[in-house]
Design a binder for this molecule. Structure first.
Ligand code: BEZ
Length: 269
């Protein structure tokens, strides 16, 4: 098999729009199905939180809803504006965004697991919604990519002596944990679904190294490139036999999909 070149990110979570649109296109591909839970309607005002390069924002806009895409990465927003000049895209942080005009719905695909203070995110979403507004999201649920994370953390600790779990950048809650958070804020949880979604990685046998190069940057802060590559190679050696199916690596993705509503009568908090 041809070996793909795995390029490691130079800085932490420096999202690269090119990679996102090419090797990571599956992210928005899978997300299209989530729009069936949103059911956007003509004239609605909708936020796509963590929109990346805007593919799903565009899909939502086809319903003739007025949709705004928000992402914390300037690079992603820049690319989204180039691709979809008729749609509004803004740079913003899910932990602390505000809006002058409240939304009928907030939508989010594959973004909330990067936001480490979920109660702040849920508060921001609540404040940005009209009474009666809905929140539809999908992101990594409990146990997501556990085989990769376990292997990485074991190898990382052996190589560095640093407690790897302290660098884990992700939030993968259970249905119960996330529903509780939403209910504490005042939301009514309508539907919640936790499911396995094995996800085929590109780059053949180098898929895990490629995945870590894109997503694992927080673990590697301050380490030399050679050390990072060594850790990734060893991680792959452990995880690959557990994830290889027939012709490719299928990462052990687990999704949490949720729909909640802000009750119709305004509750002053
Ligand atoms: C996810 O979509 O589940 C995911 C993506 C990158 C890092 C961790 C999880």
């Amino acid at each position: 098999m041809m070996k793909a070149t795995v390029v490691f990110m130079q800085s932490i979570n420096q999202w690269q729009a090119d990679e996102y649109d090419n090797k990571l296109a599956f992210v928005s591909g899978y997300g299209k199905n989530l729009i069936s839970w949103l059911q956007p309607r003509k004239g609605e005002y909708i936020l796509d939180l963590g929109c990346g390069t805007g593919d799903l924002t565009y899909e939502i806009s086809r319903s003739q809803a007025e949709v705004v895409g928000m992402d914390s990465s300037a690079d992603m927003i820049c690319r989204a504006r180039e691709k979809f000049p008729d749609i509004e895209f803004i740079e913003g942080d899910g932990h602390q965004f505000e809006t002058s005009k409240r939304y009928d719905a907030v939508f989010s695909n594959a973004a909330l697991h990067w936001m480490r203070s979920p109660h702040l995110v849920v508060d921001s979403i609540w404040n940005s919604l009209k009474p009666g507004g809905r929140f539809v999201a999908e992101f990594g649920g409990k146990g997501n990519v556990q085989i990769i994370v376990d292997a990485l953390e074991e190898v990382f600790e052996r190589h560095t002596g640093i407690r790897a779990s302290e660098r884990n950048p992700w939030y993968f809650p259970t249905i119960g944990q996330y529903s509780h958070l939403l209910e504490q804020c005042g939301f009514l949880v309508r539907q919640a679904y936790h499911y396995d979604r094995p996800t085929r990685l590109v780059d053949g046998e180098q898929g895990i190294e490629g995945w870590l190069a894109h997503f694992g940057g927080d673990y590697f802060e301050g380490l030399a490139q050679e050390k990072i590559q060594e850790i990734c190679r060893e991680t792959s050696k452990i995880a690959l036999p557990k994830l290889w199916k027939e012709d490719a690596i299928y990462a052990d993705y687990k999704r949490l999909r949720i729909e909640a509503v802000k009750p119709g009568i305004e509750i002053i908090k």
